[in-house]
Design a protein around this ligand. Structure first.
Ligand code: FDA
Length: 396
């Protein structure tokens, strides 16, 4: 069978590309349904874009690569599409747009756009050997158990990253890219909970508080959640993409509050209260108890029994500073099992930023999460999938 364009992967990027790649388009996917990650995203409501999309909110070895596609296909363009399909939506927080109803509406919208463009979709299709004879790709497929060979002038790699293998994530795009001489940036889990070798936070599991989490110089002011295995919540997921093995995670446990000043003020106003009582006005009581038991190196001596009035101002200020800079060394992450995205992937050095095509083989394209462009939490990764898929589609 002959097509003009074969797209591997019917996820966010692949479906978007299919809607824009002209005629004779075939999309194949080994899953039973298209857009499964869209369906489960955003707690079933799909955080489909972010109004504050900016290349600075993406990680890549080449921070300039994403600029072209993101500036040509913007959140406004995607919102216009969503509006044209009558899908109601709202801004939740920080520019994050969600469906009012269900993420399934976004999948249905993309399927409709694909149908309008005349693109075909083969599900439950496995991808086998791939060759290029100088003019076209020959791709061996097994469709619902039957072998089929497809010849395609253009081949788009859109099978995403390695996150959530249980949902069918594979390294197929990386393998095909490597076969055709495209370099890779080592993939690693991103937007992922951080773990510790011991169960030090088990007693705090379920406790959440507003924080500022930073790793490798990038900070996020959002909530942190303590879990049985370590730390999660949006601030931690965001920081995890910047954190590297062996590195330090720093938590500000009371961003926006000058804790040292607050303790010194409390010393005057509530002189007979204890330190833990006063700290509990600013932090969850369970956390104060934990810190007092397990992380009290920076606490003034005698704090356990002494009333606040007897503790020196300098010691209270030092404790405040320590609580604004709690340094932790996670042992690792929860890995691809729970990671929302995969950092790294097909190195942008081998790709044209306007078309997403391989520089040395311009009929081979890579889009979406398979490429070494990873967004922050909050709709940025879908915006990259839409923009890169659109850019490849336009180029065909
Ligand atoms: P995507 O993973 O969507 O699609 C890849 C497709 O390729 C899949 O259909 C898969 O079955 C197929 N495939 C893989 N290997 C194959 C093989 N060997 N053969 C054939 N087919 C193969 N982002 C965001 O912006 N807002 C959000 O709300 C969320 N929420 C969210 C929740 C959860 C739980 C996860 C795991 C992820 C998110 N994300 C997100 C991230 C977002 O889902 C992700 O970045 C995009 O789906 C990436 O789009 P792609 O099309 O590149 O890959």
């Amino acid at each position: 069978m002959n097509v003009n364009t074969l797209i591997l992967g019917a996820g966010a990027a692949g479906m978007m590309a299919a809607a824009h790649a002209g005629t004779e388009v075939l999309v194949v996917d080994h899953a039973r349904a298209a857009g499964e990650k869209i369906r489960i995203s955003g707690g079933g409501r799909c955080n489909f874009t972010n109004l504050h999309t900016d290349p600075a909110r993406f990680l890549s070895r080449n921070p300039h690569f994403a600029k072209s596609a993101l500036s040509r296909y913007t959140p406004r363009d995607f919102v216009a599409l969503v509006d044209a399909h009558g899908i109601a939506h709202h801004e939740k927080t920080l520019g994050q747009l969600f469906c009012d109803g269900s993420a399934k509406q976004i999948v249905a919208m993309l399927r409709t756009e694909m149908d309008r463009a005349g693109a075909r979709l083969w599900l439950q299709t496995e991808v086998g050997d791939i060759a290029h004879d100088g003019a076209a790709f020959r791709v061996d497929l097994v469709r619902e158990g039957r072998p089929v060979t497809v010849t395609a002038r253009h081949l788009i790699l859109a099978t995403g990253g390695k996150s959530i293998p249980k949902m069918g994530a594979t390294d197929l795009s990386y393998r095909i890219a490597a076969q055709f001489g495209l370099p890779l940036v080592a993939p690693r889990p991103g937007l992922v909970p951080l773990t510790f070798t011991d169960d030090r936070f088990a007693a705090l599991a379920g406790t959440a508080l507003p924080t500022r989490a930073s790793a490798n110089g990038t900070a996020f002011a959002e909530a942190t959640l303590f879990t049985h295995r370590g730390l999660s919540g949006p601030a931690i997921l965001q920081a995890s993409s910047y954190w590297t093995e062996g590195g330090t995670l720093t938590l500000d446990l009371a961003p926006g509050t000058a804790l040292g000043d607050a303790l010194v003020t409390a010393k005057r106003d509530a002189a007979r209260k204890t330190l833990t009582t006063v700290l509990s006005y600013h932090l969850p009581t369970k956390l104060v108890q934990y810190l007092a038991t397990h992380a009290s190196d920076d606490w003034p001596s005698g704090w356990q029994t002494a009333p606040l009035a007897t503790l020196p101002d300098a010691a209270l200020r030092d404790l405040g500073a320590a609580l604004h800079h709690w340094h932790l060394i996670p042992s690792g992450t929860e890995g691809y099992r729970t990671a929302e995205v995969t950092l790294g992937g097909i190195d942008t050095a081998g790709l044209n930023s306007r078309t997403m095509a391989a520089k040395h083989l311009p009929t081979l394209y890579a889009i979406g999460e398979a490429v070494d462009v990873t967004g922050w939490l909050g709709g940025y990764n879908f915006q990259w999938a839409w923009a890169s898929g659109w850019a490849a589609g336009q180029a065909i």
